[in-house]
Design a protein around this ligand. Structure first.
Ligand code: SF4
Length: 339
């Protein structure tokens, strides 16, 4: 591992200032700075030589209570950025009112990881593309302009939605699928103050700049994630299909939330995981369902709509039928929930 500077400030303002200035310089310079919380993703990549920060700003000592609060009221859910995955997953009100969030967290990683990882860090995790993780391979995300070894290599785990000619890496997170389905909002604070970002606008599709993964400024720190209440949040679930039932990333997953009028769908909220380059809201599928009676046939039509623009590569075409079947099953199981 390369050497780096380390700071552990005690308040958000100091952390942001630290992210903007090198300790021994008077001019702002944000290159090479990273915030670190649980470290379950970043430390891996530092050991591999993939991430090479010059400075780490450790946010675990930040004293603002809002960073560790879970609040549920009539308006919705607010999650502090430093809440650990396990604490949110076990929260009684989240399990009752937002089961898709609790399930996405429970299925995301091992117990040890969930005890360490923060919610904000989880949504910012980087791809597990094997060519990104191994520095001897060409990778546009790690080394812009170097090429993409996955295109002509083994791409079974890679994305079929939101891909570009520069990168087909899958966004592997689970929690993010629940958040994008439920129209979550991210609160971020930086040198220019605090702002709200629709969760759907947090991540960037790879395009021709796959190394730029989010719309956060380099000094912006996520302080909270909020989820608005809605008539669909209790009837919601997360279904994850993977090679083995423990500690594996999704080959396909679906986050579904439904507001039903009898058998008919008033509103559907759908996101897909394991198949796309970013957290993926399946609006075409939602539109196909609204006003329809939800049964196997209408669910299948929605799944077809969700994958109509899919672009497979040599080894991942199976994700299209698998993703469709995962969505159909998630829709029918969500319909049948007792709420
Ligand atoms: Fe890199 Fe993306 Fe290609 Fe993987 S798919 S090698 S992350 S450019």
């Amino acid at each position: 591992m390369r050497s780096f500077a380390y700071q552990a400030p005690h308040d958000i303002e100091t952390a942001i200032a630290a992210a903007a200035f090198k300790p021994d310089e008077k001019v702002p310079t944000r290159a090479g700075t990273q915030y670190i919380a649980g470290g379950t993703n970043l430390i891996d990549y530092m050991k591999l030589g993939v991430a090479r920060p010059e400075r780490l700003i450790d946010v675990n000592q930040l004293a603002e209570p809002e960073l560790r609060l879970i609040e549920v009221d009539a308006g919705g859910l607010r999650l502090g950025a430093l809440v650990r995955m396990a604490d949110a997953e076990e929260h009684h009100d989240i399990k009752r009112d937002y089961p898709v969030i609790a399930e996405s967290l429970r299925l995301a990683a091992s117990g040890q990881i969930r005890n360490m990882a923060s919610l904000a860090g989880n949504v910012l995790q980087r791809t597990r593309c094997e060519y990104f993780r191994e520095t001897s391979w060409a990778c546009n995300k790690r080394e812009p302009g170097s090429g993409c070894a996955a295109m002509g290599g083994v791409n079974r785990q890679h994305a079929v939605l939101g891909v570009s000619d520069a990168c087909i890496a899958t966004y592997h997170g689970d929690f993010a699928q629940a958040l994008i389905a439920l129209d979550a909002i991210v609160e971020a604070q930086g040198g220019n103050g605090r702002r709200k970002i629709a969760f759907a606008d947090l991540h960037r599709r790879p395009g021709d700049t796959p190394h730029v993964e989010t719309n956060l400024a380099p000094d912006e720190l996520i302080v909270a994630i909020s989820v608005p209440a809605g008539p669909w949040t209790r009837r919601s679930r997360y279904l994850k299909v993977r090679d083995r039932e423990s500690y594996a990333f999704a080959l396909a997953s679906a986050a579904v939330a439904l507001d039903l009028d009898g058998e008919k769908v008033r509103h559907a909220r759908i996101a897909l995981g394991g198949v796309a380059t970013v957290p993926w809201r399946a609006r075409e599928a939602e539109q196909a369902l609204e006003g329809e009676a939800l049964d196997e046939a209408s669910a299948a039509r929605a799944a077809d709509a969700a994958f109509a623009a899919a672009q497979p590569h040599d080894h991942n075409a199976f994700k299209i039928p698998l993703g469709k079947q995962t969505l159909v099953r998630a829709l029918l199981e969500t319909r049948d929930m007792k709420v």
